[in-house]
Design a protein around this ligand. Structure first.
Ligand code: F0G
Length: 459
């Protein structure tokens, strides 16, 4: 008999999580103004709000923390991380930042000016926020297949090279300080970009002399998918694939809270000394001195170890198979999710799940609230609330997909938790005909409103 699959780690420390009654949850979600970000963590049984900073560090990461060097300048922890980045990712220059959006803030301060155009593949919301904050514009050049959840394309994060070239021609290369490629592409469902596509983007970028940066939060998951899905790479190690991926980039921003499995941290890595020098000025103003930039020495040590562990096949195989396990259960229950299953999360097609809720009433948010009420599970809306209003017209932007994201923290939950999530969703799905009303907005912020929005039920 073939041995079944099992996790590539065992558990050394545990944390209690609290169950609650539906009555309690009704009260709490009302107090939270139907915004799941406002819930206290103890009001949540299984927390799938994000895979960012919520992973479990390993014994080796915790022990690396004890060796952290907290010197203001020239700490050994800085050099340790610098060497890991050089060896693993191939970049000569690096700046630590406190998280991913801070890396965006620093790099974009050095590179973007008003009126610029930044093409890419479904920019993440903080990336788009930092672009629009500088009165520049993000243009989405993702392949059309990404916007149909049922099409089984192996690389739904890919850029449509024609869309990219047409964008460059339309706006002229002078208006485009760089192209940004998000790996994996969070906004289209944790979907990977192929090496072939990276090479194609590089060729176009070279033709028009435009730099390419990767938003790399989930670069290791992207490399894992390349190994599994891109024939020429099946015999390469994840680390070899990672090195090749970044060889087509001029630099990267990183949210270390994802694939580097730490609770806080980020960085910028670069090939150009000139860009490094420009970015350094902003790093010192916004983040801290060059050799710590928003991170403590111990955190840089844990990050260096996390980058190494996070690019090991066995770890990635355990993680991504767990995500697929949940995806398959939901599919078996007849629930429509983004396919193929993403690296860090399952994305439920909320429009198909709740066909009776009008889009003006925030369909995916309605599903998120229903799932919380059902079993204390917290997912996150990736739909109209997240898409914000158009900065010029102030009208709601209705995205191509209205999704509920169930992000799976790394090394945190077991497959028993996945079973609970799947059944909870099935129960909501079975009563979907009775769910006909969503929410109205009571109050919202001018940008990134989803974090703080206050809602009321449509009567
Ligand atoms: N880029 C991508 C692709 C991301 O997913 C995130 C964060 C960031 C940049 C910003 O990094 O949070 O460290 O400042 N994504 C989290 C999420 C918040 O839940 O998907 P950060």
């Amino acid at each position: 008999m073939e041995l079944p699959f099992a996790e590539s780690y065992k558990i050394k420390m545990v944390e209690t999580i609290e169950r609650s009654t539906r009555e309690e949850r009704e009260k709490w979600i009302k107090e939270a103004k139907f915004n799941l970000f406002n819930l206290k963590s103890e009001q949540v049984f299984i927390d799938l709000l994000t895979d960012s900073g919520t992973g479990a560090m390993s014994d080796k990461q915790w022990s690396a923390m004890m060796l952290g060097d907290e010197s203001y300048a020239g700490a050994s922890s800085y050099y340790k991380l610098k060497n890991t980045i050089k060896e693993l990712l191939g970049f000569e220059y690096f700046l630590p930042t406190h998280q991913g959006r801070a890396a965006e803030n620093v790099l974009f301060s050095a590179l973007i000016k008003e009126g610029d155009i930044i093409p890419g593949n479904s920019h993440f919301d903080t990336t788009k926020g930092h672009i629009e904050f500088r009165k520049a514009k993000a243009i989405d050049c993702t392949i059309d297949e990404a916007f149909d959840t049922e099409i089984d394309h192996p690389f739904k994060g890919n850029v449509d090279l024609n869309k990219l070239e047409n964008t460059i021609k339309k706006y002229t290369p002078e208006k485009i300080p760089f192209i940004i490629l998000t790996v994996t592409c969070n906004s289209s469902g944790g979907q990977p970009v192929s090496i072939e596509n990276m090479k194609g983007i590089r060729a176009i970028a070279d033709k028009y002399k435009i730099p390419v940066y990767y938003d790399s939060a989930r670069f290791a998951e992207n490399a894992y998918f390349i190994k599994l899905r891109e024939k020429a790479y099946e015999n390469k190690t994840v680390k070899e694939i990672v090195k090749e991926m970044f060889s087509y980039a001029d630099g990267m921003t990183m949210s270390s809270k994802k694939d580097a499995i730490v609770n806080m941290g980020g960085f910028i890595a670069l090939r150009s000394e000139e860009v490094f020098k420009k970015a350094t000025v902003f790093n010192i103003i916004f983040e801290g001195y060059i050799t710590y930039g928003g991170m403590s020495g111990r955190d840089m040590n844990a990050l260096a170890q996390g980058l190494d562990e996070g690019t090991e096949f066995d770890y990635l195989n355990t993680r991504i198979r767990q995500v697929a396990y949940l995806g398959q259960k939901l599919t078996d229950y007849g629930i429509s999710v983004q396919k193929p299953y993403g690296g860090h999360a399952i994305f439920i097609d909320a429009t198909k799940f709740l066909p009776n809720v009008p889009k003006e009433q925030y369909i995916a948010q309605t599903l998120a609230v229903e799932l919380y009420l059902e079993a204390g599970i917290r997912g996150v809306e990736i739909g109209t609330l997240l898409a914000d209003r158009d900065p010029e017209t102030r009208e709601n932007r209705y995205p191509a997909l209205e999704l509920l994201r169930l992000a799976i923290p790394r090394r945190v939950y077991t497959n028993n938790h996945m079973d609970v999530i799947a059944v909870a969703l099935k129960n909501v799905f079975d009563r979907r005909d009775q769910i006909t009303k969503g929410f109205n907005i009571l109050e919202e912020a001018p940008i990134m409103r989803h974090f703080t929005v206050e809602l009321e039920r449509v009567k």
